[in-house]
Ligand binder design. Structure first.
Ligand code: FMN
Length: 234
């Protein structure tokens, strides 16, 4: 096994470390075990390795009718028929392990996933602030809530795509630390809103609206370059 820093080498790896020791830093393959965090870097690089991640900008409503909005980048589409998405909500505070989004979705059985775009990057970021459940982040970010067709959760008018979702299930992933964990929440997409402005020759043209994606650290990327490859079976 090969570690980031020679200091991280174990005795049984001595030969491998020796072999790579003379290579320039960038040419040395690195191996680390996440549980040991022995990457030798100032920050955990994991988020920078699984990239780019789509951002599920999730709007929901609580049982008192208060709107909620927050971005989730441990998010993706996971099934096609029925179209299904998932997001992973980490533990929040020691008093309440739920994030507001997770609580709302599990309580009401519904949510909307809005597509974040470059023009809405500041509002998206603002909506990630840790705030009490009674705060409406849609209003806070100066965005416009609009009624959904099939669910009570609001949609974000400014987002070019909004997916109305019905809660399917939660899978709990235990964290490393006592009491920590993740709620991986699955939802079936039961209604799709997409702006007509971006339908070009029968296709939804993503090159027209700068979808935002998440990288590691505080970095993001924008989808701007698109190319096509036919599959061998086409
Ligand atoms: C781009 C971005 C992506 C995020 N992704 C996640 C995520 O996947 N899981 C998570 O638990 N928190 C994530 N966060 C942090 C939440 O948005 C933040 O904790 C928020 O306050 C949760 O709001 P809520 O309690 O209203 O659901 C992310 C923040 C940003 C800015």
């Amino acid at each position: 096994m090969i570690y980031a820093s020679p200091l991280a080498c174990r005795p049984e790896d001595e030969m491998v470390c020796y072999v790579f020791a003379n290579l320039p830093y960038g040419a040395r393959p690195m191996f680390y075990e996440p549980k040991n965090q022995n990457h030798g870097l100032p920050k955990n690089p994991f988020n920078s390795l699984v990239i780019p991640r789509p951002i599920g900008w999730i709007s929901s409503i609580d049982s008192d009718g208060v709107f909620n909005l927050a971005p989730y980048s441990f998010f993706n589409a996971v099934c096609y028929r029925p179209p299904t998405v998932m997001f992973s909500a980490g533990a929040s505070s020691t008093d309440d392990r739920n994030k507001d989004t997770a609580r709302n979705v599990e309580t009401t059985g519904e949510f909307v996933c809005n597509l974040a775009i470059w023009e809405l990057r500041e509002q998206m970021n603002l909506s990630s602030a840790t705030l009490p459940p009674e705060t409406d982040e849609i209003a806070l970010a100066g965005l416009t809530p609009v009624g959904s067709t099939l669910v009570k959760a609001p949609r974000i008018a400014e987002a070019p795509v909004q997916l109305e979702c019905k809660y399917v299930k939660t899978t709990l992933i235990p964290g490393w630390d006592q009491g920590d964990g993740y709620k991986v929440i699955f939802g079936e997409v039961i209604g799709v809103h997409m702006s007509d402005d971006y339908i070009v020759e029968g296709k939804f043209d993503v090159s027209k609206f700068n979808p935002l994606t998440r990288l590691g650290y505080r970095d993001y990327s924008v989808v701007r370059e698109i190319f096509s490859i036919s599959r061998p079976d086409d």
